[in-house]
Design a protein around this ligand. Structure first.
Ligand SMILES: Nc1nc(=O)c2cc3nc(NCCN4CCCCC4)[nH]c3cc2[nH]1
Length: 375
């Protein structure tokens, strides 16, 4: 059967688990490691598709839970799927809603069959089962779709995590069985298991038996300390097939990208760049800058002198601070554009460092300049 998603491993770093790869999808070839901007409601907030294209975004995320509630997958299907609806011709990955049901919806009831919940928008009753979620994701038409899973909270007891892991594996099998478009949409399994390393191994091995074109690592970045997240990651990735992509869901900040790549992760997504942009915080090679800070009121330098993006070539910190202070919409458009560019450009430099066999050196160099103090 023709596989819509093909992964080539181009180079393995000799000093870490970092890998350089290439993901071929029906909507373009994606160089990995890759950062995927998040477009939860069929838009990467404030950015037009042509802007995403011009800054080099190859794949963006969207979300089953949100789009099912509004505007509904039937409408999007009639519009030609997400690609037609958004008029985005790059690749799309849809998350299955497993996380959003547990973090957003009200009055949830989980059974082995699925989850019933009330919409956080209007309180209407809904239920997600592996079969119904596959039907939604098939209608949205993303190139990569995620299995319906349960993301346990942190902390959670071993008993809870064990039950939830086995349910998630069972749901993954049901997703695979009910997936209607396996030749156009690659279905990824999601490894759960919480902080329990033996359960992470069990989850990985049982999902591999189901043979997916890619594997996501879920249940992380849910409030656990970062060192714990990194340790769970370092333990889990070696159990996954070396020739399939690994996707760390919901991660992350610039340092998380380095730590994840170092531990064998190929794909990342995070709302961070667009979320912090909305309060005027920007990412730069010298750390984060809070543009409302009075120190920028007469600073005519670009947001980041080392950045080649259109915003940094066109506007000053003083002007952008003015826009943010005046609550002018252009302000958050400019900070969002720059922040997404920053993350994509950082990942491009990480790919280049792996190719040049100097990933750990580049990581050190970046950390020394980036620092971790608010400016
Ligand atoms: N289907 C699914 N399963 C997961 O276990 C999962 C785990 C996740 N963990 C996160 N973390 C997002 C953390 N994010 C950091 C920046 C601020 C907003 C929250 N997103 C996730 C999405 C997920 N999706």
């Amino acid at each position: 059967m023709a596989q819509p998603i093909r992964f080539e491993l181009l180079r393995r770093d000799g000093h870490s688990q970092a890998r350089r790869g290439r993901l071929t999808t029906p909507h373009g070839v994606i160089e990995t490691p890759v950062f995927m901007p998040v477009g939860t409601q069929a838009t990467v907030k404030t950015m037009a598709p042509w802007e995403l294209k011009e800054i080099g975004a190859g794949i963006i995320l969207s979300n089953t839970y949100h789009l099912h509630l509004r505007p509904g997958e039937q409408l999007i299907d009639r519009a030609g799927g997400l690609h037609g609806f958004m008029n985005w011709d790059g690749a799309v990955l849809t998350d299955s809603g497993g996380f959003q049901v547990f973090s957003l919806a009200d009055l949830r009831k989980i059974t082995d069959d699925g989850v019933s919940f009330r919409s956080h928008l209007d309180g209407s009753s809904h239920s997600f089962t592996p079969e119904s979620v596959m039907a939604i994701e098939n209608a949205l038409g993303a190139d990569i779709i995620m299995a319906f899973d349960e993301c346990p909270p942190y902390p959670a007891t071993r008993a809870y995590v064990e039950t939830s892991l086995r349910r998630t594996v069972d749901w993954a099998q049901r997703c695979k069985a009910s997936h209607q478009r396996p030749e156009e949409q690659g279905l990824f399994g999601i490894v759960q298991g919480g902080e329990f390393l033996d359960l992470r191994k069990e989850a990985a091995l049982r999902l591999i038996d189901l043979d997916f074109p890619g594997y996501a690592i879920g249940g992380l970045s849910v409030g656990e300390p970062k060192p714990l997240m990194y340790d769970i990651l370092a333990y889990t990735t070696p159990w996954l097939p070396v020739d399939k992509p690994r996707y760390l869901m919901g991660v992350g900040s610039p340092d998380d990208l380095f730590e994840g790549v170092e531990r064998g992760v190929d794909m990342f997504d995070c709302v961070l760049p667009t979320r912090i942009a909305r309060n005027g915080t920007v990412l730069t090679s010298e750390g984060k800058r809070v543009m409302k800070n009075a120190r920028y009121s007469d600073d005519f330098l670009p947001l980041d002198p080392d950045c080649d993006c259109r915003v940094c070539k066109t506007f000053s910190r003083a002007y952008i601070r003015h826009l943010i202070k005046a609550d002018e919409v252009l302000g958050i458009r400019l900070t969002s554009y720059h922040n997404v560019y920053f993350m994509l450009d950082l990942m491009k430099r990480i790919r280049q460092s792996i190719e040049a066999d100097r990933f750990l050196g580049y990581k050190q160099e970046f950390y020394e300049r980036y620092g971790y103090n608010e400016k």
